[in-house]
Design a protein. Structure first.
Length: 312
């Protein structure tokens, strides 16, 4: 690759960054990201980036604010070191679920984060499975949005499951479920639910036929796992032969792992956009790598080629 392409990483998901750099065929850039005794973040770039096309890989997952500040400070350091272009590679975009106002005196935090990234010096963003497509419009710079469904679809095609129905756990995820269903040659069903409070979901109605079939629940995020586990129980009550679940971003906060372990789920397929520490490991989890997809996107952006053709 052109020696003016450089890839740097914060501390949020170092293993993924190393995988991406290996796919691209270059070493990770030399950078030290550490903390002072009072918690402030210190960044030192250990090599010249003058005139370089720089990609900074940093999901803003837990601890969200620390990882976000690392990303902002790294971008600022690279901008002041005269990098030609800085692309923020954000496999998981924190604050994405705060993308609209639903009542008075409420922030739009996803827009605020977009403003911060641009002001810090990012000139392009590469993200995966944003919770809401409208977030792309929060940026006044180019944004390349990579869906996670093609990676999940390839896995399920290789499993050769029979009599499959893809289920959206809520009405808002129908487009994602239809995309997965079309890629694996299945029908779709929809669970209509209501959410009485944040992180609390109540299953209401099932639209579609699941009796005697293998159901695959698909979502972009599994957070506390309340939605997925309630949906799995509802599908089994409706006569599903087996239930699997998949998502792009395994946030898995609070009681999520315990809920997944107790739920009538045969397997939960996730990706490595977010690292899974030992406390969040489960025998039910199958982790797929997004490194080849992100690496190919980085190569295409650097060479001014189409990113959308990755999914044609």
């Amino acid at each position: 690759m052109n020696n003016r392409l450089k890839i740097f990483s914060g501390n949020a998901n170092r293993l993924l960054a190393e995988e991406i750099a290996a796919y691209v065929g270059i070493p990770l850039g030399a950078a030290e990201v550490k903390r002072f005794s009072d918690g402030e973040i210190s960044v030192a770039i250990g090599e010249s980036v003058r005139g370089a096309d720089v990609f900074v890989i940093q999901p803003t997952c837990f601890p969200v604010n620390d990882n976000l500040m690392e990303l902002l400070i790294m971008i600022d350091a690279l901008r002041r070191a005269s990098a030609r272009r800085i692309t923020a590679v954000i496999p998981y975009y924190g604050y994405a679920r705060q993308e609209r106002k639903t009542r008075g005196r409420e922030p739009i935090s996803a827009k605020l984060v977009a403003n911060l990234l641009v002001q810090a010096g990012a000139r392009r963003v590469l993200a995966m499975d944003l919770h809401a497509g409208a977030i792309q419009g929060f940026f006044d710079i180019p944004l390349d949005h990579l869906p996670g469904v093609p990676i999940l679809a390839q896995y399920y095609r290789e499993r050769h499951l029979e009599n499959v129905v893809v289920v959206s756990p809520d009405v808002g995820g129908v487009t994602r479920a239809r995309d997965l269903a079309e890629r694996i040659g299945a029908e779709i069903a929809i669970i209509d639910k209501r959410r009485p409070a944040p992180n609390v979901a109540e299953v209401m109605h099932l639209i579609g036929q699941v009796s005697g079939r293998t159901a695959i629940l698909v979502d972009d995020i599994i957070d506390t796992a309340g939605t997925i586990t309630q949906a799995a129980a509802a599908l089994m009550e409706k006569g599903a032969r087996a239930v699997y679940a998949c998502c792009t971003h395994p946030v898995l906060s609070g009681p999520a792992v315990e809920r997944l372990d107790r739920a009538p789920l045969g397997e939960v397929v996730v990706t490595n956009t977010i690292p899974l520490p030992a406390a969040k490991q489960s025998p039910k989890l199958k982790v797929l790598s997004v490194a080849p997809l992100l690496g190919e996107a980085i190569i295409r952006i650097h060479e001014d080629l189409s990113v959308s053709q990755l999914f044609d």
